[in-house]
Design a protein around this ligand. Structure first.
Ligand code: NAD
Length: 373
């Protein structure tokens, strides 16, 4: 990586440009970065007729990291199978950048535990990471119809399992190093039924030998789905294949109850650029109103610093700043869940107060800069 990290920004559609502009301000406050802002998604369809041009893909592959807002919106919704669609850009990026590991951390901010559909005492202390294999398994195996039957084939090779297992163990190691906790990987499969799962368990167990300081346990996927809602705080890293990961990462996302707070990273081979993006979509219903919640994008930026650039200190500084502004009661409207912010009282002089994207960004910037040397 060059001394000044080169970041491709793909704001995309809807609220994407608003939240990516906010993240750019945050990065500018933290240090020196080189930015290249390019079109992807619906905006690229309008300009070039395709969601992802070869030139944009090439720029992403040559960068040190890609930060994406969100793509899509009613303007590009179509039932015409031949018309270009914004999400083709996302799939093209994943494939073209060789991104096989999807990382979704779930760490409800202490000030927001009340927003979870789970009882506060169950969710308190939850800080887990779902590591999902992204390019293999049943979504990519042979599928077809034969008369009145249909099939989808699940296939995994040893090499595919090894590389995602290393991504999982590596992430557990980094989390432990940053947070003073012990590292644990829970590998999720269905080894009592599926042959691919038996291979998965065997290979993950072997790769675990390369990481003696990381504890490994195995859970069957049905049990994992139950444990996630009954004792989420006891998980560290959940490592799983594509289909199980798709379902479990959405289940874990719901634990926080706040879509505007969830970051994600998709990573490829070591040294190759990763893609960092909020989990939410382009929120066309609120685009251009200045009320988009930028916090999931800030937390995705923290993931970029940690996983993309090895700058864990700055990642933690952003995460702490996000917690601090929420603790002070600042809320974008989505975090108020349709309620009106209460007025201050002597008993509660700083209750929740409603802010827009700019005020929320200003507050996070001020917190981050407080700690700067
Ligand atoms: P969405 O996540 O865009 O919005 C769901 C609800 O959450 C909306 O009410 C929205 O206003 C709110 N919301 C989402 N993010 C918010 C934020 N940061 N701040 C405040 N409120 C926020 O999901 P959707 O409505 O199903 O999809 C809208 C468009 O986004 C569709 O075109 C869809 O295909 C696309 N989409 C894109 C991605 C992506 O780019 N990765 C992911 C999901 C959906």
């Amino acid at each position: 990586m060059s001394s000044t990290p080169r970041i491709v920004l793909l704001p995309g559609d809807g609220i994407g440009p608003e939240i990516v502009a906010a993240a750019r301000r945050l990065l500018d406050a933290l240090g020196e970065f080189e930015f290249e802002e390019l079109l992807m998604g619906g905006c690229s369809i309008d300009a070039h007729g395709v969601a992802l041009t070869d030139a944009v893909l090439a720029a992403c592959r040559e960068s040190d990291a890609v930060l994406l807002g969100a793509v899509g919106g009613p303007k590009w919704d179509t039932t015409d199978p031949d018309a270009p669609r914004p999400e083709q850009g996302l799939l093209g990026l994943r494939k073209g950048m060789g991104l096989y590991a999807n990382l979704r951390p779930v760490r409800p901010s202490p000030a927001l535990v009340g927003a979870s559909p789970l009882r506060e005492e169950r969710i308190a202390g939850t800080d887990l990471l779902v590591v999902r294999e992204l390019t293999g398994g049943i979504y990519f195996g042979d599928s077809g119809r034969d008369g009145d039957s249909a099939h989808d084939t699940c296939e995994y090779s040893v090499a595919e399992i090894e590389r995602i297992a290393r991504a999982g163990f590596g992430a557990a190691q980094r989390r432990a190093a940053g947070g003073g906790r012990s590292a644990r990987v829970t590998s999720v499969d269905k080894a009592n039924v599926l042959e691919t799962s038996r291979l998965w368990r065997e290979v993950v167990g072997r790769v675990a030998g390369e990481y003696p300081e990381v504890e490994l346990d195995h859970l069957l996927v049905d049990n994992a789905a139950m444990q996630l809602v009954s004792r989420p705080a006891e998980f560290d890293v959940i490592l799983t294949e594509n289909l199980f990961g798709d379902i479990l990462s959405d289940e874990s996302a719901m634990l926080t109850g706040s879509l505007g707070m969830l970051p994600s990273a998709s990573l490829g081979e070591a040294g190759a650029p990763g893609l960092f993006e909020p989990v939410h979509g382009s929120a066309p219903d609120i685009a251009g109103r200045g009320i988009a919640n930028p916090l999931a994008t800030f937390l995705s930026t923290a993931m970029m610093l940690r996983h993309g650039f090895g700058r864990a200190d700055e990642a933690e500084r952003i995460e702490a700043a996000v917690d601090a502004v929420l603790e002070r009661g600042l809320r974008t409207p989505d975090l108020l869940g349709g309620t009106v912010a209460p007025a201050p009282t002597p008993e509660n002089p700083s209750p929740e107060s409603e802010v827009g994207t700019t005020e929320m960004t200003d507050a996070v910037l001020a917190e981050v800069q407080l700690d700067l040397p």
